[in-house]
Design a protein around this ligand. Structure first.
Ligand code: FAD
Length: 347
């Protein structure tokens, strides 16, 4: 028979969102158990930016410090377990949630925070996975600055056709101030000599301007991406056997899905809703923000299920580390508030 651990809060996921939830909740001197299966979205990234006070820090060490602080300051109420939650269900009669881990241990939690992250969908080009977060970058604020004053490439793919016009606008509005010495646009088989090719590549409106500004457009499909032998450049090999060597390239993911360790938990049955676009947990309110996306920047950590909350990329695809930290706090405050209210009602 399995032993059951009873806790006030179960946090699933030990990225920035989960660790921040646990830190905040621990301030209440209530019991908190955190599980982490260590499949982080930014796995392998050496330096993260935009974390005030920790600029250009190793994201793994940053998480390690958060975990060490939790164990140092809150070891009377906080427990960390390395492992995976493989099943989660809501119990009847307001008895909270029951979770099962990969070692067959049961957990009974009054509240649960899903801080399970997400997964980026990358184009199926040889070498992309290996370079992701290294020389292949997705965000100017996270890693773009370091590419300034050197050659740079922008990769546009057909699967991203709906996003490409926005990416092209961002090249002109944001990336130009980095003064890349040579600028390449790779359209991976979208023939910009045709109207359809330009449309798919998002270049319809800005083609002439980009040409005038000196952007070189290469339409040939990419065969593979590797590193040069000195590790300094990315070697992009095309189907016509030509090569391009650049220090770095922008690639926006072709989509997102829930972290694969969390997929078995995030069922429609359990969440009482389908996953939203990007594989994220749907908000209880279906209102859209002005961007047309669900209101997802930390304003509402609830889900459709009472007592179940989200934080970080599990519910918000565009949350960076700082925003995930803030969302973790929000979710923990609300979980603590709910427990307190339920206790108060029976005083
Ligand atoms: C290439 C790249 C570079 C980036 N660089 C930056 C940067 O420089 N600055 C910045 O601010 N942001 C950056 N980001 C964004 C950053 O990675 C995310 O904002 C952040 O990781 C979100 O934190 P999270 O806690 O929501 O998810 P994650 O960090 O992905 O953590 C989720 C955790 O939940 C665990 N988990 C999932 N399911 C289960 C389960 N069933 N049981 C137990 N554990 C589970 C996973 O294993 C994982 O450990 C970058 C992202 C990418 C892809």
């Amino acid at each position: 028979m399995s032993l059951v651990t009873y806790v006030d809060l179960l946090v699933i996921g030990g990225g920035p969102a989960g660790l921040s939830s646990a830190t905040t909740f621990s301030r209440l001197k209530r019991t908190c158990l955190l599980y982490d299966s260590e499949l982080y979205r930014n796995q392998g990234v050496k330096y993260a930016h935009l974390i005030s006070g920790f600029e250009h820090s190793n994201p793994y060490e940053f998480k390690l410090k958060m975990k060490e602080d939790l164990l140092k300051f809150y070891n009377d109420t906080f427990e960390f377990r390395s492992g995976k939650i493989i099943n989660l269900r809501k119990l009847d009669f307001n008895k909270g949630f029951e979770a099962l881990d990969d070692q067959n241990r049961l957990i009974n939690a009054k509240k649960v925070i899903l801080a399970t992250g997400l997964k980026d969908k990358l184009p199926n080009i040889q070498g992309v996975k290996e370079q992701w977060g290294k020389k292949l970058i997705h965000c100017i604020f996270c890693h773009g600055t370091e590419t300034a004053n050197a050659p740079f490439a922008f990769l546009l793919t057909r699967e991203n056709a709906s996003m490409n016009p926005k990416l092209v606008e961002s090249m002109l509005k944001l990336w130009r101030s980095l003064n890349h010495t040579e600028k390449y646009i790779l359209t991976h088989g979208m023939d910009v000599e045709t109207e359809q090719g330009r449309k798919d590549a998002g270049l319809e409106d800005r083609y002439d301007l980009l040409k005038r500004l000196g952007y070189k457009i290469i339409s040939t499909p990419i065969m593979s991406i590797t590193e040069t032998s000195d590790g300094k450049l990315m070697d992009i090999k095309f189907e016509d056997n030509k090569h391009l060597e650049v220090p770095a390239m922008l690639l926006f993911p072709e989509g997102f899905s829930a972290n694969e360790h969390a997929t078995p938990l995030l069922t429609e049955d359990f969440l009482e809703d389908k996953l939203a676009m990007f594989g994220t947990i749907a908000p209880p309110s279906k209102e859209m923000s002005i961007t047309g996306l669900p209101p997802r920047m930390g304003d509402d950590p609830r889900t459709n299920v009472k007592g179940l909350f989200w934080a970080g990329n599990s519910g918000s695809a565009f949350a960076n580390i700082t925003i995930s930290l803030a969302q973790g706090q929000n979710a923990a405050v609300m979980a603590g508030d709910q427990i307190g209210e339920e206790e108060m009602n029976v005083l």
